[in-house]
Design a protein around this ligand. Structure first.
Ligand code: MOS
Length: 723
């Protein structure tokens, strides 16, 4: 089914199930510890042996010798696979650094060996008997040092320009020119990367933890040199991904190889200390922003230059992503540069690009407001573009209510109490400040398929390889199917994450919610038609409600159709190319900073979001809350510390990689505007999983400035930087 024109009035406009706050249907399984995560799937195959991955102790250079004899002879050991015996394997269209190295080391903690034993403890103990000698060579690990020579990224030949930035900037009466630094960050999800692999002849099954089942199947086929059709991936429950599980990683590749060598099913979880250097991360950025404005606040010149580094040398963290979309301004320039660094591979982490970009642009806007002596909400409203995208006039916004987000947020937050001059409000030893930031995150949509089946017992089963990474996919898919088939939610059973099911959008780029539900809708439309064909009515014009069907003056019970199934797939027509599909938010923060110790506390965070139809306000709110916490963490705590001599992330565990806890953010609120996006999908919905990480951190930074009068442009904003 192709969606090829903006959606008119349809069944979702009078929805009974979609749009209602619904507790997640998989919640009881998760809270009782009975939802099986990859490593815990003890019953899927007998005889599981344990694998332990050894990571390289150098970042760059070569292995000169590896002695594995003691490991092979250690108690319980079944097999050892070691780098020097194999060529590097494990590159695909989705990852550049080999997931299992050969003699040449690509990055620190790159997998170089795997020990398989009867027990986990035996595998771990034996792995420590492997003696590896290296010849280390020099690498580039320091973004600031590499920056001057970094070429343009993404195959760009020149910066993106519009009008004449230089002339307009020179002529502007008010200007700011500021450079911001964001550090490398880790996904640090709760569930580590984990896989159980098992071969039956040529056929491989991997029970794993992965956001994108079809991508994983393709990549694993390429890496192992086998037909992807001989591979089954199964990933029904995922304990967080954040982009770190968009692609298969060393656990899957080595479990497959080790299982072959051991002639046994093998299970591997990346031990926590490997996760920070063995897998991917969000690359650090340096971002320079110049803004020129008339004294009334109208922006006339806007330039955003971004530098990041990656082992690929081709793409990194593009902080300029939101800048063409957010504010008007006739004269513009954006440029994205990439240095080759020999750190672990950088790749997508929740809202790649925008998450880091807002930490720069939205503080620069605050600096401009300050220079203009203007309210920062007012400045943003003054430069809110009309229908056309400022940095791409060929496109118009499908739906954009940023101004409403900012106005409504200001009203709810009590923004009028804020003092424009910093350092003016205190309560005893606490300096109090308020900050605002806007948020934009692209809302891509991808084709997605599903199968739906009416069973004898009156249940409707939905099957799709869509994943639920903790986001609530199970529930919104059940809601969509229930709504379309006119059935109660309890009569719908959802099966996800198995590559034997129809190929969905998967979970990434906040496209999952809108894309996967549209695919389920397409399948249900086909099922309605099939029911109609069987019972002799037109499935498109009939009304499906309460388990019954009304077709003209005839009534049927849906169960009269017996057992029936239908496949469906939603694809998208060219008309969408005229539009920019995006989500918007206004974020507000209040902080208190101890005037003597510098300790900062977030007191309140509010995000007002514009993201089309909200399929499930409960799980959508949880998504935004989690993202706001992550953004606040990026502002105040998160940082992978680079050892620029030896080329690795020093703080590679959860004791040293700091993220916020409940006590760090006592009060959070999320408000969704009642908007619809008829261009995005037939359901007029958009995702929110990444919107919430675009901007709150900048609101925190701006609040700290408002409290203290000190502007810190280097994240995380720890107290040593403003005391
Ligand atoms: Mo997201 S970073 O595409 O999982």
């Amino acid at each position: 089914m192709e969606f090829n024109a903006p959606a008119g009035k349809n069944l979702f406009d009078t929805a009974k199930v979609v749009g209602k706050a619904t507790p997640r249907i998989d919640g009881p399984l998760k809270t009782t510890g009975t939802a099986p995560y990859a490593y815990e799937r003890h019953d899927v195959v007998a005889g599981q042996a344990y694998g332990w991955i050894v990571g390289s102790a150098i970042a760059k250079g070569r292995i000169t010798s590896m002695d594995v004899e003691d490991a092979r002879n250690a108690p319980g050991v079944i097999a050892v696979i070691a780098a020097p015996e194999t060529k590097p394997v494990g590159t695909s269209q989705y990852n550049h650094a080999p997931l299992f190295g050969g003699n040449e080391i690509a990055h620190y903690h790159q997998a170089i060996a795997c020990v398989v034993a009867e027990t986990f403890e035996q595998a771990c103990a034996a792995a420590h008997l492997i003696r590896t000698r290296y010849q280390r060579s020099d690498g580039d690990y320091d973004l600031a040092k590499a920056k001057p020579d970094a070429p343009l990224a993404d195959g760009d030949k020149a910066p993106h320009t519009q009008g004449d930035f230089d002339a307009a900037y020179k002529a502007a009466p008010v200007t700011i020119d500021a450079t911001y630094h964001t550090p490398d960050e880790s996904h640090a999800m709760m569930e580590p990367h984990a896989t159980i692999a098992s071969w039956e002849g040529e056929k491989l099954t991997v029970w794993t933890s992965n956001q994108m089942i079809q991508w994983g199947k393709e990549a694993l086929g390429k890496i192992l040199g086998i037909d992807p059709e001989n591979i089954r991936l199964d990933s029904p429950y995922i304990g967080g991904g954040f982009g770190g599980k968009l692609f298969i990683r060393a656990d899957a590749v080595l479990a497959a190889l080790a299982s072959k060598a051991a002639r046994r099913p093998v299970k591997i979880a990346l031990q926590r200390p490997l996760m920070f250097n063995n897998t991917t991360h969000r690359p650090a950025t340096i971002q320079r922003i110049r803004l020129g404005a008339r004294s009334d606040g109208t922006i006339t010149a806007i330039a955003h230059e971004n530098w990041s580094g990656n082992i690929t040398g081709t793409d990194g963290e593009n902080g300029t992503a939101q800048t063409p979309k957010l504010y008007s301004g006739d004269n513009r320039m954006t440029a994205n540069y990439i240095a080759t660094l020999h750190l672990p591979e950088g790749n997508a982490m929740r809202a790649p690009g925008e998450a880091a970009g807002h930490l720069a642009l939205e503080v620069a806007m605050d600096e401009l407001a300050d220079a203009l002596k203007m309210c920062p909400v007012e400045l943003r409203l003054r430069n809110d573009p009309a229908a056309q995208v400022p940095g791409n006039p060929k496109k118009r916004f499908s739906e954009r209510n940023l101004a409403r987000c900012l106005r409504e947020g200001a009203e709810r937050f009590g923004w009028s109490k804020r003092k424009g001059e910093p350092g003016q409000v205190s309560e005893g030893r606490w300096l109090i400040g308020m900050g605002v930031a806007a948020g934009y995150r692209g809302a891509p949509i991808r084709k997605s398929a599903a199968r739906v089946r009416l069973e004898q017992d009156g249940m409707l089963v939905v099957e799709t390889d869509m994943t639920d990474i903790g986001t609530g996919s199970y529930t919104i898919i059940a809601q969509t199917a229930a709504e379309t088939m006119g059935m109660p939610l309890e009569k719908v059973r959802v099966e996800l994450g198995d590559s034997r099911f129809p190929v969905s959008s998967g979970s990434g780029g906040q496209w999952g919610a809108a894309s996967a539900t549209a695919g389920v809708y397409a399948a249900c439309v086909n099922l309605r038609r099939a029911v109609g064909e069987k019972l002799g009515f037109d499935g498109d014009s009939a009304t499906f409600a309460d388990g019954n069907v009304r077709a003209g003056d005839r009534n049927f019970a849906l169960r009269d159709a017996g057992m029936l199934s239908a496949d469906g797939k939603m694809t998208y027509g060219d008309f969408q190319k005229e539009y920019d599909l995006g989500t918007y938010a206004g974020h507000f923060c209040e902080v208190a900073v101890d005037r003597y110790t510098g300790e900062s506390h977030i007191r309140r965070l509010l995000s007002v979001c514009d993201a089309g139809r909200i399929l499930n306000p409960l799980s959508a709110r949880s998504q935004v809350i989690g993202a706001m916490v992550m953004s606040a963490g990026a502002a105040l705590m998160e940082e992978l510390t680079v050892d620029a001599r030896f080329g690795y992330f020093v703080n590679h565990d959860l004791a040293q990689y700091e993220v916020p806890v409940h006590a760090d953010i006592p009060h959070q609120d999320v408000v969704f505007l009642d908007t619809l996006d008829p261009v995005m999908s037939p359901i007029k919905a958009k995702g929110v999983g990444e919107l919430g990480i675009c901007g709150p951190g900048a609101a925190v930074a701006n609040a700290i400035y408002n409290a203290t009068g000190v502007r810190v442009r280097e994240y995380p904003i720890t107290l040593d930087k403003y005391l």
